[in-house]
Design a protein around this ligand. Structure first.
Ligand code: BMA
Length: 853
């Protein structure tokens, strides 16, 4: 009786055609192993990516030798288990073929009881080149399928886009922020599992109805039994336990145990309450001894996506425990091109960043991977809701039986693996395919349809419907009943006519608004193109100088250098940044200044978007910007770079996502409005102070008023006449500053400028930094003599400031703390900063743009 496992170590690898073995790390992949062995140079450095495209055209072999550990020897069942093989792999134990794999997103198992010996076993995993494997499939199909982000050319394949055939992370083939590294490898744990008697293979805590009064649950427990067995099944959590006499048959058994927990501690998303988790333990007992056990963790909550018709269209929001939640967050992509390089600490840094930025939702976007367990565990713990895509993005896929079956098994396995996570609130079929193909709109979409005959089009769409309208929703319905499924993001609804496909002015469904950026619309359009749920929108920037210097040298520091171009994957990217910078910002004095300016530009754009979305609640109930993170050092839409460094935008996002926030806007009839938005449930009252400042620090005018708004709402609390307030003052030399306090405690503050940065009359400011007494070099007071815009503080030591990229108004001091990147808690430990330097926008401008006051 019992169950044991042996993780397999001791790996080596080589190209199948070579003789020499090299040391390998599992979990890992070919690229990281080649790098570790000094065969290749850092794939992220300079233009190395271009020289490493040979790797995906080679077959690779991994080998491990092992003795079976004592504990496993007596097992009557012995299985070889791979949690992940990327991708086309044939596995041999002592020369016998035990399994073949063809899907990175599935796990693989083989019965090896009769193939292994006690000592001296050889396990060999041969990866067939994904490129050579899939190229012939294009010919078989007779035409190319669209795959807009597949960088086939860079991979030496011309127009042959093969990414659609492999059930392998789409971004491996390149994206408009990611390099092309079509790697291979054993990317999750490989082990032996031995057991005898009975084994609990799965525990699902199905939540039938959860209210504050009671949680009505069904524990669905799967048990594999070697022989018929009877005994007791016990389930326990938090001082409660349930028991049932069970009789098992040989093979698979499913036992359903109804459970009621009265007065449950509910799971809440960040900001609304505690993200309480329950650990459930299932045990099979013979007499009083434990025969098998399994533990799962979940949170009890009711969740649904509410799409009700209303006067304007239809709602689109998540209701958690009866509360309409405004979703604030970003789109998550894999944290690395080589996913096994992502340590738990890096995952934690990302999730803690989300928490510290006042987010409550991340979308696991469909061009990456179904994330590692640690990602969801952290989201569960910190109360971050997860919008989970299936891994399909910006492409049309084949529909042969083998492919469909593979997709079905992938979907079932991943839904089953992830269904106990309370953070996952939605399964979404794919990224942007419904709107890109635009079946019911002849002229709509991305122009894909035009490349196909009527028959081909019919087949392609039928295949689409099979996957996204049948196989995937069926898997969710069967394995996570009650969980919402959304066929594609963005989408209006499955109307089966031209009204199905999303567009930026739709008053139903979710929206990806890319008018700003891809279509060069002005930032101001963020105020107009507001939908019910903004699941994507974004603006690029460059990472900071230190990050650029990890892949470039001094001589590469020009936008059009080969190296910089290799680290800008969006063809129009650099031109767009420059164009927008010309409109909204002033000319930077040199390349490092350009990097800074690009960040400020992005931050300003995202602030406009986020705040417009929030001001429009409850019409709009979600805002997820593109994109949270990077998978290598690159110019991209991310708020945080590959090294986890916060760009200006991350600090701005933190402010614009604050649970209680002040936001300014302007009306067509010359009013400046002050809005207060609160996501907290309690009614809010406080004192608002709006001050007109001259950039010199002089207070020109002020209004003071009490305000009160309902909980979980947005309202205009004050409006002023712009002309009246400006009077004789030049619009480019004055600003508004609003402060909201509650019983003397600061709730939020915000600045408003009457003109773009470009037209602001900035003067050279002296920023005074004073270390706070007794803080041990961790806390600093910053003050400016004249207005200092977008103050960037840097420190000598490793760590980050509690705030950065903020405006300093003379007379309004700012206190910041320097902290370790993180210690696992959002409020991480203060550390000594060493030398501290503060620069503001004026320090980055070309001389000619500086006003001499
Ligand atoms: C959206 C995303 C990604 C892409 C981003 C920027 O369409 O879904 O495919 O990286 O835009 O172009």
């Amino acid at each position: 009786m019992g169950e044991t496992k042996q993780v397999l170590h001791n790996w080596k690898f080589k190209a199948c055609e070579e003789k020499e073995w090299m040391a390998a790390v599992v979990p890992g992949c070919v690229h990281t192993d080649l790098l570790r062995n000094g065969v290749i140079q850092d794939p992220f450095y300079a233009t190395n990516e271009h020289d490493l495209q040979w790797i995906d055209k080679v077959d690779w072999e991994y080998e491990s030798t092992f003795d079976v550990e004592e504990d496993l020897l007596g097992s009557s069942r012995l299985e070889l288990v791979f949690d992940g093989l990327d991708t086309y792999a044939d596995v041999y134990v002592n020369g016998s073929h035990v399994l073949s794999a063809d899907n990175m997103f599935r796990s693989w198992k083989a019965d090896v009881l009769h193939v292994v010996k006690a000592k001296g076993n050889t396990l060999s995993v041969r990866f067939r080149s994904p490129v050579r494997e899939d190229l012939p499939k294009i010919e078989k199909l007779g035409y190319n399928l669209p795959a807009s982000n597949d960088q086939s050319e860079l991979g030496g394949l011309g127009e042959q886009k093969i990414s659609i055939f492999a059930r392998k992370a789409p971004y491996h083939y390149g994206w408009d922020w990611g390099p092309r590294f079509v790697t291979s490898g054993i990317w999750r744990e490989a082990r032996l599992e031995g057991w005898s008697g009975c084994k609990i293979t799965d525990v699902h805590i199905q939540q039938n109805q959860v209210t504050a009064a009671a949680a009505s649950l069904t524990a669905s427990i799967e048990i594999e039994a070697e022989h018929a067995w009877s005994g007791k099944l016990k389930l326990s959590t938090d001082g409660l336990s349930w028991e049932q006499q069970v009789t098992l048959e040989t093979g698979n058994n499913v036992i359903l145990l109804p459970l009621i927990i009265t007065d449950p501690k509910l799971w809440w998303s960040r900001g609304l309450g505690e993200a309480h988790l329950y650990t459930f333990k299932a045990e099979l007992l013979q007499e009083e001894s434990i025969v098998a056990s399994r533990t799962v963790r979940t949170g009890l909550r009711s969740i649904r996506l509410v799409r009700d018709k209303d006067a304007k269209g239809a709602t689109f929001y998540f209701e958690l425990n009866g509360v309409a939640v405004f979703a604030k967050g970003a789109n998550h992509i894999p944290n690395d091109s080589f996913i096994t390089d992502v340590t738990d600490e890096r995952y934690r840094h990302e999730i803690v960043t989300a928490v510290e930025s006042n987010m409550n939702m991340l979308r696991v976007w469909g061009g990456g991977i179904y994330e590692q367990s640690v990602f969801y565990e952290l989201c569960d713990e910190y109360g971050i809701l997860v919008w989970q895509d299936f891994m399909f993005a910006c492409s049309m896929y084949p529909g042969d039986e083998a492919f469909l079956n593979n997709v079905r098994l992938e979907a079932e396995e991943n839904v089953k693996r992830l269904r106990n996570h309370p953070s996952i609130v939605l399964w979404c079929g794919n990224n942007e395919i419904d709107s890109a193909w635009a079946q019911y709109d002849e002229e709509g979409g991305w122009g894909w349809k035009k490349n196909y005959t009527a028959e081909q089009r019919a087949v392609i769409w039928q295949d689409y419907e099979k996957v996204f309208h049948r196989i995937l929703p069926d898997a969710v319905e069967a394995l996570a009943p009650g969980t919402d499924y959304w066929p594609s993001s963005p989408l209006i609804s499955l109307s089966g006519d031209i009204k199905q496909h999303a567009h930026p002015l739709s008053s139903e469904g979710d929206i990806h608004y890319w008018g700003v950026w891809h279509a060069v619309e002005p930032f101001e359009n963020y105020n107009i193109k507001v939908g019910r749920f903004m699941s994507e929108y974004g603006f690029q920037s460059f990472p900071e100088y230190d990050t650029v210097m990890t892949f470039a040298q001094e001589q590469d520091l020009a936008l059009d250098s080969k190296v910089m171009r290799a680290h800008q994957k969006n063809g129009d990217g650099n031109r767009l940044i420059k164009e927008y910078m010309d409109i909204y910002m002033s000319e930077p004095k040199d390349f490092p200044s350009f990097l800074y300016m690009s960040q400020v530009l992005q931050a300003e754009a995202m602030k406009m978007a986020i705040e417009a979305h929030r001001r429009n609640m409850p019409y709009c109930m979600g805002t997820l910007y593109w994109q949270m993170n990077d998978c290598w050092p690159v110019a991209s839409w991310a708020g945080m770079d590959y090294y986890g460094k916060w760009k200006a935008m991350q600090f701005y996002a933190k402010r614009s996502f604050a649970d209680t926030m002040i936001s300014f806007d302007r009306t067509d009839d010359g009013q400046v409005q002050v809005h207060v938005v609160t996501d907290l449930l309690a009614p809010l009252s406080g004192d608002l102070q709006v001050t007109l400042y001259h950039f010199s620090g002089e207070r020109l005018k002020q209004a003071l008023l009490p305000i009160a708004i309902e909980g979980n709402s947005a309202a205009v609390v004050f409006a002023l006449n712009e002309q009246e307030w400006l009077g004789e003052h030049e619009a480019g030399s004055v600003m508004l500053h609003a402060v909201l306090e509650q019983e003397g405690k600061l709730l939020d503050s915000k600045e408003f400028y009457f003109v773009n940065v470009k037209e602001q009359k900035l003067a050279k400011s002296a920023i005074r930094i004073t270390e706070l007494e007794g803080s041990g070099g961790t806390r600093f007071k910053l003050e400016a003599d004249v207005l200092a815009k977008q103050v960037w503080i840097t420190a000598e030591h490793e760590g980050m400031f509690s705030d950065n990229f903020f405006d300093l108004i003379p007379g309004v001091a700012k206190i910041v703390e320097f902290r370790l990147r993180e210690t696992g808690e959002p409020q991480s430990k203060p550390v000594h900063a060493g030398n501290v330097q503060a620069r503001s926008m004026i320090d980055f401008l070309a001389e000619s743009k500086i006003e001499i006051s």
